[in-house]
Design a protein around this ligand. Structure first.
Ligand SMILES: [Zn+2]
Length: 281
């Protein structure tokens, strides 16, 4: 019990440090607060300096090219296309957002720290409430996936409703980011043939998951160490499609979790490296 408490304290300290780092970043990027007294600006004027550096022309920037070296199999495992390639690969996914800016900022700060990309499987009704948060995820280079509009059990709906639940998310994401999602995950991991066919026709890759963090279970609420344990116990070469959620205890677990995954010799696949043309077998 005492060692658990110590670990917890370390996690809290780590999070505290990360949070302050994150807020430092935010502050440094923010414009000058309008509620600052004007006298501050008058009494300490900025010295006039001539820029000495020559700006780099943006036209020379070449777009990032991602090689499609991975594919998904019928068990939703992410595997290399060439059998001899590295199988110690992990796909990270976060479902049910976008909810809150502090959580998204922190998740992406941690992903950036580990040079990792993830799929954020989003719901339309949440995008409607927080369009800026969807843009934030996209602008920070993470991948958007479709998780239906209302997070209902699609299998219980008629085809017309199913189509609307899926296509309205495609439309709002396209409207806000200019791209349409290429990955689909049904709420509760359950679907019928109509849903799978529609997803395929819309050029999306249908997936559930293979490694559930269990962060959605009530018994895992506020238990980041248990979430880490759950994922690590399921980690297996060639079989890692990890389901997490935008939840506070998952955010607390994340940095340590990613570190432990890396220490076991795994790397995080860029979702854009998954070849959508290869049919799961
Ligand atoms: Zn969900």
């Amino acid at each position: 019990m005492s060692s658990k408490l110590q670990l917890w304290s370390v996690l809290i300290l780590l999070l505290g440090g990360l949070t302050s780092c994150a807020s430092g970043n935010i502050a440094s990027q923010s414009p000058i607060h309008s509620d600052q007294p004007e006298s501050t600006a008058i009494t300490s004027p900025e010295p006039v300096t001539t820029p000495t550096t020559i700006p780099t022309p943006t036209a020379t920037v070449t777009p990032e090219v991602i090689q499609k070296t991975y594919q998904m199999n019928k068990n939703y495992f992410i595997v290399p296309k060439v059998d001899s390639d590295n199988k110690k690969v992990v796909l990270l996914t976060f479902d049910d957002g976008p909810k809150e800016k502090p959580m998204i900022d922190e998740i992406i700060n941690i992903l950036d720290k580990h040079n990792a990309k993830a799929i954020f499987f989003v719901n339309g009704y949440r995008i409607k409430q927080n369009p800026d948060l969807l843009k934030l995820i996209f602008d920070r280079g993470q991948i958007i996936g479709n998780h239906s509009w209302d997070h209902i059990n699609l299998k219980k709906e008629n085809n017309e409703t199913i189509t609307k639940q899926i296509m309205d998310v495609q439309d709002i994401v396209k409207e806000l980011t200019g791209i349409t999602p290429e990955f689909f995950r049904p709420p509760f991991g359950t679907a019928n043939d109509y849903i799978k066919e529609l997803v395929k026709n819309e050029h999306m890759l249908y997936m559930t998951w293979s490694n559930g963090s269990l962060d959605w279970e009530s018994s895992y609420k506020n238990k980041p160490l248990e979430i880490i344990k759950s994922v690590m116990e399921q980690l297996e070469s060639g079989k890692n499609n990890i389901l997490m959620h935008e939840l506070p205890w998952t955010v607390i677990a994340l940095d340590s979790l990613l570190q432990q995954i890396e220490e076991k010799g795994y790397f995080f696949v860029d979702p854009r490296a998954i070849d959508l043309e290869v049919k799961p077998d």
